[in-house]
Design a protein around this ligand. Structure first.
Ligand code: CA
Length: 249
């Protein structure tokens, strides 16, 4: 099946391939509400109440997105998030959490989650975020052109990145961020513009989400010694991508 026909299948009403969302949440009332909303959006939802159940589902089913509570009977959802990232699982993860201090949010992002919703959240916001996370995946399948610079190649169809001859393991969101920046070299983007372009929404106060992802992306890009800095901070404005060719020998 080509990328194009898959696109058609996905965009046709009543399509064969319905996206599957794994909801990991032990509060039964909240789980019911979330499931009701996601099903109304035509997604398949699988519900797990514990980390153990969630792991079983991930091992046996094709999942397109995980909505992950943090305080679960058998542990912190962040543990599962870290475990999946260690296994190089790129699948999008959104944390649902009552912990709303900035330190908690940063911890969640450091663990490799792509997004988070602080409880209590509005159903409309949940729907918008889920849509944005899943839409990204579809849009990316359509953009198959490789972005390549001297020393850096980004392949949107395989979602592989090679920097200075080393393959990089990026999360879904880190990949999207790098791809977006690399497609617009030398263009400066504010944190809000990046939120809108990469996350698909923009809210006041979420700018540190961008900072946190940029920092992780830089750390991964910096695993290769002697490389020029690719993602530059433009003080007071935001970030820009500087292609390595100017500095490469
Ligand atoms: Ca809980």
């Amino acid at each position: 099946m080509t990328g194009d026909s898959r696109m058609n299948t996905l965009t046709t009403k009543g399509h064969a391939h319905r996206e599957q969302i794994l909801l990991v949440e032990d509060e039964q009332d909240l789980a019911k509400l979330v499931m009701l909303n996601l099903k109304a959006m035509d997604y398949e939802v699988i519900h797990a109440s514990t980390l153990q159940q969630a792991i079983q589902v991930i091992e046996t089913k094709r999942i397109d997105l995980i909505l992950l509570d943090r305080m679960l009977p058998d542990g912190d959802g962040i543990m599962l998030c870290q475990q999946l990232r260690q296994q190089q699982q790129p699948l999008p993860i959104m944390l649902l959490t009552a912990k709303d201090t900035e330190a908690d949010i940063v911890l969640g992002l450091e663990a490799g989650s792509d997004d988070y919703l602080v409880k209590p959240f509005s159903v409309l916001e949940l729907r918008a975020r889920v849509k944005a996370l899943l839409r990204r995946g579809i849009v990316q399948q359509a953009q198959i052109d490789e972005v390549a610079y001297d020393g850096l190649s980004i392949n949107p169809s395989t979602r592989q990145v090679t920097a200075f001859d080393c393959p990089l393991e990026l999360t879904a969101r880190e990949f999207d961020l790098l791809l977006f920046l690399a497609k617009h070299p030398q263009q400066v983007f504010s944190r809000n513009q990046l939120l809108e372009a990469v996350w698909g929404y923009s809210y006041e106060g979420y700018e540190h989400t961008v900072n946190s992802h940029i920092n992780r992306l830089r750390n991964k890009l910096a695993q290769n010694a002697d490389h020029p800095e690719l993602v530059k901070t433009v003080w007071g404005v935001g970030y820009k991508f500087s292609p390595p060719e100017a500095l490469a020998h």
